[in-house]
Design a protein. Structure first.
Length: 400
């Protein structure tokens, strides 16, 4: 497990370093409004990719057999859902994104997502690491190139290109054969996984909507440039903190898929942490110093790094750093309740979270005409509280 964590963390570090150098360049090639459009596009496609296959790629984690059938089911569902979604979403969000461009974004983001999950299920951590590096490199370089020719949509073309290339790479690594596929084999697999997929799709749709609420719902309340500024900063922090977070999510999903496995591995990790008290104290001290520094000088830092047109983002720096730091510790556990079959708990938590952050909070912000940075502070704090509740339920069921 430690080797897998190191492999995927190393790829995240490489992509994170690349992002640190490229983000100041992109912020000068593209305007906040361009990032606002990109924010909405990425939010739609990334959210869609989570539910587009009806979570059959996660159902494969349960028995890890017949990958060809599971993959075939995912592809069929994704193609159908991508066509339907690309036709009506531009009308709902009223944005200048063509149906063809949206279709390609939905399709390739979904392909990339399911191929990554199949790699995780098969413990192919090395190829996941290579895929992440390829994705980051191709996306950043393409964004600069497309910025010259397609100023408004260059960021959109870049992410579509990157996901297409990396999806091809991951697919070729799977060496999936379709010779044994038949209706007689597909139907039993669909039937046996229907309950899990239905519950997992509903809970995931609720769960993953809330982190994207500032873009999804904020698009109807605040200006595009404001959304774009927040999105660029959130993505920058997310890229850095996703180094440990994504690795932990993949490993926990694979290694903690039962309560028994969770108990065994949790005890090992807890004993290791007890032996590292001095290191943990130094980490906490460094964390506190960084928080104070960002709170006092956030606006100046953003103006220097990204340019004067992005200085508004300085108001979000402290809150984003604090939230992502704490989320690394809690968010990797979010999928475990579903894997353990605790569907009622998941639905109760996620319905409450969805109502609070998708409906109640934006309504209050709009009603009181609150500035965007106040909305972000409250949103991030509420997200943290709900993550704590999920972790508490996991501890409760594991009887630690």
């Amino acid at each position: 497990m430690i080797k897998a964590f190191m492999q995927m963390s190393l790829s995240g570090i490489i992509v994170g370093i690349l992002g640190l150098f490229m983000t100041p360049v992109l912020s000068r090639v593209y305007s906040p409004d361009s990032f606002g459009l990109f924010a909405l596009f990425c939010s739609i496609t990334s959210y869609f990719s989570i539910v587009s296959s009806f979570r059959f790629e996660y159902a494969f984690f349960i028995n890890k057999k017949h990958i060809d059938i599971y993959f075939f089911i995912c592809i069929i569902i994704i193609i159908v859902s991508s066509v339907i979604t690309s036709l009506f979403l531009p009308v709902i969000f009223n944005v200048n994104i063509s149906s063809i461009l949206l279709f390609l974004g939905l399709l390739f983001s979904s392909f990339y997502n399911i191929l990554t999950q199949f790699s995780v299920a098969l413990s192919k951590y090395k190829e996941i690491s290579v895929a992440r590096i390829l994705l980051g490199f191709i996306q950043y370089v393409s964004a600069i190139i497309f910025g010259v020719y397609f100023y408004d949509n260059g960021l959109l073309y870049a992410i579509i290109t990157a996901q297409l290339v990396v999806s091809i790479y991951l697919y070729r690594k799977k060496n999936i054969l379709y010779t044994g596929i038949s209706i007689k084999k597909i139907c039993p697999i669909v039937k046996s996984n229907m309950k899990y997929c239905l519950n997992s799709t509903i809970s995931s749709a609720l769960q993953w909507a809330t982190p994207l609420a500032p873009v999804f719902i904020g698009n109807f309340i605040y200006e595009e440039g404001t959304i774009g500024t927040y999105f660029l900063l959130a993505q920058s922090f997310g890229a850095i903190f996703s180094i440990p977070r994504r690795s932990l999510i993949n490993i926990y999903t694979s290694e903690f898929n039962t309560i028994k496995n969770f108990r065994t591995n949790y005890d090992k990790v807890f004993m290791l942490l007890k032996q590292k008290k001095i290191l943990l104290s130094l980490i906490f001290l460094s964390f506190s110093i960084i928080c104070v520094f960002l709170y006092l000088y956030g606006v100046n830092i953003i103006g220097f790094v990204l340019g004067n047109s992005w200085m508004l983002g300085g108001k979000y720096v402290f809150a984003l750093f604090l939230f992502y730091s704490l989320e690394v510790l809690l968010f990797p556990f979010v999928h475990l309740l579903n894997l353990w079959g605790k569907y009622i708990d998941v639905l109760c938590i996620e319905i409450t979270r969805f109502f609070s952050l998708i409906i109640l909070l934006p309504y209050c912000m709009n009603y009181f005409d609150s500035p965007f940075y106040i909305y972000i502070f409250i949103h991030l704090f509420a997200m943290f509280i709900f993550n704590v509740i999920v972790f508490y339920r996991i501890i409760h069921y594991s009887k630690l």
